[in-house]
Design a protein around this ligand. Sequence first.
Ligand SMILES: Cc1ncc(COP(=O)(O)O)c(C=O)c1O
Length: 412
Amino acid sequence: MTTPTEHDAGRADNPGPGPRPHPRPLLNRRLAEFGTTIFAEMSALAQKTGAINLGQGFPDTDGPEEVREAAVRALRDGRGNQYPPGPGVPELRTAVADHQLGRYGLSFDPDTEVLVTAGATEAIAASLLALVEPGDEVVALEPYYDSYAACIALAGGTRVPVTLRPHEGRYVLDLDELRAAVTPRTRLILLNSPHNPTGTVLSRAELAAVAALAVERDLLVVTDEVYEHLVFDGEHVPLASFPGMRERTVTISSAGKTFSFTGWKVGWITASPALVAAVRGAKQFLTYVSAGPFQYAVAEALRLPAAYFTALRDDLRAKRDLLSAGLADAGFEVYRPAGTYFVTTDIRPLGESDGFAFCRALPERCGVVAVPNAVFYDHREQGAPFVRFAFCKRTEVIQDATARLKTLAGGA
Ligand SMILES: Cc1ncc(COP(=O)(O)O)c(C=O)c1O
């Protein structure tokens, strides 16, 4: 068979120039279902309308001055301006290991058990690409952070959502449902606590049950703990600290949330040498390395005194309370988050039921942007009436937003 040429145009078996009946889509079919993230759409809407953007989770003030200065120093001193080592600069790996030991009593070898990544986002992608084979099932808590579904798909895995459901003011994990979701094809559980978007912090008992299940069924667990320092009620307990979990857990964290430098994209994993080696196997072909000078700055940030972490948490707790009260005042049902910097609300008391339509109209109605939680669900109907607001913003911005939202009360 010869390759058709333009001379073939017009023949009965050649449609000729113009659109083909079934052109092959440009986007890889594994990604076809995902489209553009809602954050891009909502942030564009915020810009167009001048609305206050409580959609995307980024702080509107930078992190500590001394950390910024540390990055400037590293740049000026020529530290990290050329490719840093693949696993991350030793200073940061050591600082991560010291943090895990000092805060949680978990001991990791900085040389073999810590891997620096381009934000938690790359850590998630590399972990899933490394550990999941086509056909493997990945059990994940739904609603989930949007990159989880895409990365499971890129790895050729099948996601098996276990839905967190509102119960007495908090989203809870049904442990029986989690147990039932595990099959012989399950490769790993993808956990996230403190949980975005619901703000749930899994309790010690819940985590112990997840750990026991993972051990019983011999599963790996990838646990996204990027909000580890943003816990307002209760405590953050790393999953890796439970019996039998140290060797089967990949723990992910990031400087973005803890130090309010989301643009630097410095993240890391801690895990056993075998798991780190596997994840590095994928990571080396994604970015190889990133953020050289920022790695040195984050190493210094992790050594900030305890007072920094307490002040960050207390500041965000006050903002949580301010926004939660404002949203309740405006007529939303509020799920007060125990952690993260997001509040999930139910819009049904406002006479609404479609979070998408509500969020698309909100900037025009009252000059505020939020995101519909449905985007975080496979079972979209489960998330339909829920909407997420971020409170990692200046107090006056939250006050302004709540004043605007108040005009919604009573259907105004
Ligand atoms: C649960 C969760 N994981 C990971 C990330 C991404 O972290 P990074 O900016 O470090 O890539 C986010 C950011 O919003 C998040 O909410």
